[in-house]
Design a binder for this molecule. Structure first.
Ligand code: FCB
Length: 445
């Protein structure tokens, strides 16, 4: 195959999130988050793991940025832990929390790495959960206040902002399926949470426009999966519509068009009498357009009509990652083309893509993660093809810079291109990282 050259100024990046890497959860005035509470609840996380220490990044951030620099990384997407800034979620500010992120940003810029900040990657201050969490619409206002504060203190240097990471996961894994914090199993609650998340997103975008940040861009990161039917039967096509509606359109439509998809809205109203939408909410949301869509892509879904349920997942033959997610790069291409066609040709960043595989072991100072390298390569190729076909893809953040706390799976799943030895905290770039360095250097595959 001939060389695949990427557009000039394409942002080759890596991504992480605060609770997954920082540790130091009780240091320098940080307040408790719902993930501290959840991970310390027996039975919630595999092996009883917690983010108490994680990768110790809070103390080792300089060394981590140095390693990114050595790998030639151009962009770093990280998240701010809200409870480091407002230990109680609102009110009293913790200066030391701001100082930490401010130093991190300086370190990045001095290393020629562009920061991209996610405001909410799941570590809600526990004090706000005690008020009802995202089910309480006041929290949307507290979020906008916190966002405004961050624009104020970092906006002179940070130009890329992401309001939420994966609101579907926040709402449904956290409140309907109970596998993420805060751990509820209440579908109506989850639907209400999803609306308040979208509302809070719009409020944070509005605050951004008012902040006076120059040359800045703001968007939202969604977990999107293209959905395919198991057969061409009409009932399987209905299953596709339903899953696509709940996971993809339910978030894309309000963000881009300011309206929920009619079919899913009718369904939620009928089944759960939710969400509670106040007069003016949709008009307000419609008035807060984003500058880009952040796409987290890992795999596709294939579904059919089940015997008892409307949607049943099928598991096609193929290669699977350690998460049991199918490796399907064509899905990334299809998804990008669909976003381009159905959602007004938005500017897109892939804000996460990557894979966990089994045999990440250090042998002779090397981690031979050929499978991860192959995974990334095939997805980069799909992205390149989409760009050739007109998609406005401007950057790609690999998940993840280093192995870290993978939520309910604890430390059992390694997504990093850099290996972390959790006993010594030593970082070792895997083969995929060294390969990525060459891709970045040549801006081509
Ligand atoms: C995404 C999350 C990210 C990481 C990857 C594997 O859903 O945004 O924090 O856990 O999955």
């Amino acid at each position: 195959m001939s060389k695949l050259i990427f557009p000039e100024n394409f942002i080759w990046g890596v991504a992480t999130a605060s609770y997954q890497i920082e540790g130091s959860v009780a240091d320098d005035g940080r307040g408790e988050s719902i993930w501290d509470r959840f991970s310390h609840t027996p039975g919630k996380i595999l092996n009883g793991d917690t983010g108490d220490v994680a990768c110790d990044h809070y103390r080792r951030y300089k060394q981590d940025v140095q390693l990114m620099k050595e790998l030639g990384i151009k962009g770093y997407r990280f998240s701010v832990a809200w409870p480091r800034i407002y230990p109680q979620g609102r009110g009293q500010i913790n200066r030391k929390g701001i100082d930490f992120y401010s130093s991190l940003v300086d370190e990045l810029l001095n290393s020629g790495i562009e920061p991209a900040v996610t405001l909410y990657h799941w570590d809600l201050p526990q004090a706000l959960q005690d008020l009802g969490g995202w089910a309480n619409r006041d929290v949307a206002d507290y979020f906008a206040e916190y966002a405004f504060k961050m624009y104020d203190v970092l906006g002179d240097r940070v130009k890329k902002w992401i309001t939420h990471n994966e609101p579907w996961v926040v709402a449904f894994l956290g409140n309907a399926f109970g596998v993420h914090a805060p751990g509820y199993k209440d579908y109506a609650l989850a639907v209400n949470v999803s609306h308040n998340l979208i509302l809070s997103h719009a409020k944070a975008v509005q605050a951004f426009r008012q902040s006076g940040i120059k040359d800045g861009q703001i968007g939202i990161t969604l977990n999107l999966s293209p959905v395919y039917p198991a057969s061409d039967k009409a009932e399987d096509m209905e299953a596709v519509q339903l899953l696509d509606g709940c996971q993809n359109r339910w978030f894309l439509d309000p963000v881009v068009y300011g309206a929920y998809p009619e079919d899913i809205l009718a369904l939620y109203r009928e089944k759960f009498n939710a969400p509670v939408i106040k007069d003016g909410d949709m008009e307000f949301i419609a008035q807060q357009p984003v500058d880009f869509i952040g796409v987290n892509y890992y795999s596709r879904a294939v579904v059919k009509k089940g015997r008892e349920t409307n949607i049943e997942h099928v598991r096609p033959e193929g290669v699977y990652t350690e998460m049991d997610w199918e490796v399907y790069p064509e899905g990334l291409y299809d998804l990008l083309i669909r976003l381009h066609k159905d959602y007004n040709a938005p500017v897109i960043y892939i804000t996460e893509n990557g894979a966990a595989f089994k045999d990440d072991k250090i042998v002779d100072d090397m981690v031979d993660d050929q499978e991860r390298l192959d995974y990334l390569k095939s997805h980069f190729e799909a992205a390149h093809k989409a760009i050739q076909d007109g998609v406005k893809l401007k950057g790609y953040y690999v998940w993840s810079f280093m192995d870290n706390f993978e939520w309910s799976y604890g430390y059992s799943k390694r997504f990093g291109i850099v290996y972390v030895d959790y006993d010594t905290m030593r970082r070792t770039p895997k083969k995929s990282a060294l390969w990525y360095r060459d891709v970045i250097e040549n801006n081509s595959l």
